[in-house]
Design a binder for this molecule. Structure first.
Ligand code: NI
Length: 257
């Protein structure tokens, strides 16, 4: 069994965990999981993430509004986020960004809400968790402009883009997608990321890795992601998990669990 699994991005507030959340989460440390960061999508999930951190010592959370929910963002929400961000165990602003695949919110609105939260993270000197789906150009433009610390999560860009993200000082996170049969592009990108900037994540309940693809995902399944990335890096999976755990502590500024 592997140790030092740090799941840098999960959604345990999701309804798909309602039936067994209280059984599943306490079992994760026995499966080698040492820490989880629950990413928020809106103000309600910021709150549920905070509750998880109060219940489970190895849980941390991010607060932020996802591009899907950008249109519901209201003027007072930034103040609410700023207040929530100061709670203990809140380690990042996220997930925030742009999603031009679904376009659930108009692109101009997505950009405005993304920028407002990039400024918030800068004011609070906190890292960000970035969601970028089919919006690489606009995401890069804003990252170049604001130069946040943080993570590009579920990375789907090219190796060239990964190098630029690293040059900007950020970390790059990979999940189940690297295990899929058509994973050539994310694997090339992972190869381009230096070991001290690499992170692993689930994005659970979504993105279960092969050979469990299609099932509900949880943090213990990171072993399949670690196996694949370790092949690409030419190291042992446990060494990859040890290093990515150290990286996660660094980017989220967590000194101990
Ligand atoms: Ni997510």
């Amino acid at each position: 069994m592997y140790q030092n699994i740090f799941d840098t991005h999960a959604h345990y507030d999701d309804g798909r965990f309602d039936a067994d959340r209280d059984q599943l989460l306490p079992s994760l440390p026995q499966k080698g999981v040492v820490a989880v960061v629950n990413a928020a999508s809106d103000l309600a999930t910021c709150q549920s993430g905070l509750e998880l951190t109060q219940k489970y010592p190895f849980f941390f959370c991010a607060v932020g509004v996802h591009p899907h929910q950008a249109e519901q963002f209201q003027s007072g929400d930034l103040e609410t986020l700023a207040r929530l961000a100061k709670e203990p165990k809140v380690v990042a602003i996220g997930e925030i960004g742009l999603d031009y695949h679904y376009d659930f919110s108009p692109r101009e609105v997505q950009k405005r809400v993304f920028e407002a939260q990039l400024r918030l993270a800068r004011d609070l000197q906190m890292p960000v968790i970035i969601h970028d789906r089919e919006a690489h150009e606009d995401t890069l433009t804003l990252l170049r402009r604001y130069r946040p610390q943080g993570i590009l999560h579920c990375f789907s860009g090219s190796a060239e883009m990964a190098r630029e993200i690293v040059d900007l000082g950020m970390y790059v996170a990979f999940g189940g997608a690297v295990t899929f049969k058509n994973a050539r592009k994310p694997l090339e990108a992972a190869a381009a990321v230096p070991m001290d900037r690499l992170l692993v994540e689930t994005d659970c309940p979504y993105m279960a890795p092969e050979p469990l693809r299609g099932r509900r995902c949880d943090s213990s399944m990171i072993e399949f992601v670690a196996n694949r990335l370790a092949q690409v890096k030419g190291i042992e999976p446990q060494a990859l998990l040890d290093q990515t755990c150290e990286n996660a502590k660094k980017v989220y500024k967590i000194e101990s669990f």
